[in-house]
Design a binder for this molecule. Structure first.
Ligand code: 5GP
Ligand code: ZN
Length: 115
């Protein structure tokens, strides 16, 4: 837990957020401000601020997050049509919540380049 971190509070169940996936390392829940028909966040239970904070002490976490996103995508029935996975990192990456999370976005055609 880190101070006022909103995702740590969600992980502790403080807001009664419905988890659509959980295991010992990760949680997944719907984004409060969805940018697509399916917009799920996969977060670490532990407080890690950004993807660039991962190092040799935690080599498996990002892979687990991606495998979990794939699993959620299958459950959400967007696997075949496809989807987008996004890690925003730091200010230029557009990261607003400083607790590592992977966005799963789908259910519509995505555009490129991103905004
Ligand atoms: P970032 O910009 O940091 O990559 O993404 C943070 C995401 O967290 C945003 O898409 C935002 O809508 C979502 N978010 C922020 N606060 C909450 C919350 O309290 N509950 C949920 N479910 N999502 C949140
Ligand atoms: Zn946190």
């Amino acid at each position: 837990m880190s101070g006022d971190c909103i995702f740590c509070k969600i992980a502790k169940g403080e807001f009664g957020t419905k988890f659509i996936y959980e295991d010992k390392d990760l949680l997944a829940f719907h984004d409060i401000n969805p940018q697509a028909p399916v917009h799920v966040l996969i977060i670490s239970r532990n407080h890690i601020s950004r993807i660039n904070q991962l190092d040799d002490s935690n080599p498996d976490l990002a892979g687990k997050m991606i495998l979990t996103a794939n699993k959620v995508a299958r459950n959400e029935k967007i696997s075949k049509a496809g989807y987008r996975l996004v890690f925003n990192c730091g200010p230029d990456g557009g990261q607003e919540v400083e607790h590592i999370h992977l966005h799963l976005l789908g259910g519509r055609q995505m555009s490129w380049p991103p905004g």
